[in-house]
Design a protein around this ligand. Structure first.
Ligand code: M6R
Length: 593
């Protein structure tokens, strides 16, 4: 959601910003804009409109060279999707130009209190920031005008500010929404995501909340909101272009599906030094010292959490509750006496989870974030964090992050258990099983012949039911087919009423002990006209089953069973010519509640 890129240095800022915005497209957006200094007229030109970054690339083709600029992709929250509401926004005299990611909750009150005489150009909450800075700059030094403004804002912001009276600086500030600074001999890049720094920065620093930055082309200073300098550490940027390109694949989603075996192997390598896991012993002690674990997450990560509950309960005998983050944040269940919280999040920036961690910290409970982005807000705000090592996940539809989340949860549960089997070996077997399936898959056939209706059902029992929930989310989010995942035994209690001639029902069967039960439920829907399809593990196979996967450890079946369902979603979207990597209405990183 909303991407920000700013550059000041020795190069053409336009190229760096447009490349950066293109790399951030995966976050989801509906408009794009850019501001560059016009040396001839000594003003900042603003180019912006609804639509894709490509439109912005075309409209700025002849923009004059500028070594300073800021750009933005907007995912609308306040105000319609149109040119006026696109960023950058400017103050009344156009002296201050800003881009903003986040939501200013008290913008109306600020408008009424300080800006009744200002002329507004848009319907956004963001514009208030530019107008306040201009108003305060009439009596204060610019930097004080910005920090005074920041102190008035309620909500969240990642912000870049330009001052037409001093085009040698970019000001930046952060609260709740992510912002990273990258440095190289060629200049300073500031962006909402490391991805935008690739190729332009050798080192980076993820900004802390309530920091204010003054960037010149060869110097960055970071302050707190009281304008006191803060020492910050820049780390080497290890991401490369191969992490962010599609390679031989037509879509990121397909690339990421194929990366899953290597993600599992990377997790094994990173989590096991010869005979020991790499998990901080304090995490283990904290969980062992708790009386209940609460897993909080959203979307696919929540589905991984449901599998995590089974792993922790079955391997470590620890009671676990799983909650949807947006519900938990404002509707807390009765907590146990000594809870421990696990937050699962690919991006580490999901606002619904952020609301949870804030209240967990207020209650002074311990928490662990399991995330793909170790520098993310949620990794920093929880007591502990564990990394997924999945590499950048760019397709909006999450695939390899799920597999990584389940793998890391399995290792965590194993560490808490009596360690009665070799988890490294079992995870390696799962990686191999996925690899063999991917070498032989023929899923296109399935989608052409089966998914011909407006709706579809995934059914399963036990862990397969949990995979069915994830499978349904994947199919609906990119193919727009109305899909639900159901506990196979529950169908007859209501949902079976929806089955009619040709309704696709996909059964997931990985557990020999309940194989017969799920097959009976399949018979029930077949008798009512359903068009059925079976994805099964070798030990459950029967004549006519369409997809047969090599057996893995009974608790690790979700790692493998999920893969054919990801491909079903992919091919269903491909068949319909939809934008697979950027499905409608969705953003990769959901930074608003
Ligand atoms: O970054 P997070 O894991 O916290 O994101 C949570 C959900 O927004 C995410 O899993 C979403 O459901 C995916 N688009 C599903 O494919």
């Amino acid at each position: 959601m909303c991407g920000i890129v700013g550059f000041i240095g020795n190069k053409n800022a336009k190229d760096i910003i447009l490349n950066g915005l293109t790399r951030l497209e995966y976050r989801g957006y509906d408009s794009a804009g850019l501001s560059l200094f016009n040396n001839r007229y000594q003003i900042f030109d603003v180019y912006k409109d609804e639509g894709r970054v490509q439109k912005l690339i075309d409209s700025t083709k002849n923009a004059p060279f500028s070594n300073i600029g800021i750009g933005h992709t907007r995912w609308a929250t306040h105000g319609r999707v149109n040119q006026e509401n696109s960023h950058p926004h400017y103050s009344q005299t156009r002296r201050f130009i800003i881009v903003h990611n986040g939501v200013i909750e008290n913008y109306q009150q600020l408008k009424d209190q300080y800006l009744s005489k200002s002329k507004f150009y848009s319907e956004t909450d963001t514009e208030v920031i530019a107008q306040l800075i201009e108003t305060f700059s009439q009596t204060l030094h610019v930097e004080n005008a910005i920090t005074t403004t920041l102190k008035l804002l309620h909500g969240s912001y990642a912000l870049l500010v330009l001052d037409a009276n001093d085009p040698e600086k970019i000001y930046a500030a952060k609260y709740k929404s992510p912002l990273v600074i990258g440095k190289s001999s060629e200049g300073i890049t500031i962006a909402s995501d490391l991805m935008a720094l690739i190729g332009y920065s050798n080192t980076y620093h993820p900004l802390e909340d309530k920091t204010f930055v003054v960037a010149r082309k060869d110097d960055v200073r970071v302050f707190n909101l009281d304008h006191l300098p803060i020492d910050v550490e820049f780390k080497p940027l290890e991401l490369t272009d191969t992490d962010t390109t599609k390679g031989e694949f037509a879509h990121y989603m397909m690339k990421e599906i194929h990366e899953q075996p290597s993600v599992i192997r990377r997790i094994i390598t990173n989590y096991f030094v010869p005979n020991q896991t790499f998990i901080n012993p304090e995490i283990i002690q904290s969980i062992q010292g708790s009386d209940r674990v609460y897993i909080l997450a959203a979307g696919t990560s929540m589905h991984a959490g449901l599998v995590g509950k089974q792993l922790l309960e079955k391997l470590a005998f620890i009671p676990v509750e799983v909650h949807i983050a947006s519900e938990f944040a404002y509707q807390k269940p009765l907590l146990s006496k000594n809870p421990f919280f696990i937050l699962i999040t690919q991006s580490g920036e999901t606002a619904d989870l952020r609301a949870c961690v804030v209240s967990i910290n207020e209650m002074k409970y311990k928490s662990l974030t399991i995330t793909n982005v170790p520098t993310s807000t949620l990794a920093r705000e929880a007591t502990y964090s564990l990394e997924l090592f999945a590499g950048p996940e760019i397709a909006v539809a999450s695939t390899k992050a799920y597999v990584a989340q389940v793998s890391v949860l399995a290792i965590l549960a194993y560490e808490l258990s009596s360690k009665s089997f070799d988890i490294k070996k079992e995870l390696s077997i799962a990686a191999l099983s996925i690899e063999h399936f991917l070498e032989n898959q023929a899923m296109l056939y399935l989608t052409r012949n089966y998914l011909t209706k407006r709706n579809c059902f995934f059914i399963g029992r036990g862990l397969d039911y949990l995979v069915g929930l994830e499978a349904a989310l994947k199919l609906k989010e990119i193919s727009y087919i109305q899909t639900e995942g159901f506990a196979a035994g529950e169908l007859k209690h209501g949902t079976i009423a929806l089955i009619e001639d040709g309704t696709p029902v996909i059964a997931l069967i990985s557990d020999p002990t309940i194989n017969g039960n799920t097959r009976s439920n399949l018979k029930e829907v077949q008798a009512r006209g359903a068009n059925t399809f079976r994805i099964v593990m070798e030990s459950c196979k029967q004549e006519g089953d369409q997809v047969i996967l090599e057996d893995v450890h009974p608790l690790l079946t979700p790692l493998v069973m999920v893969v054919p369902t990801q491909l079903i979603a992919y091919y269903a979207a491909l068949e319909r010519s939809y934008d697979i990597d950027k499905p409608r209405n969705l953003a990769k990183s959901v930074t608003v509640e």
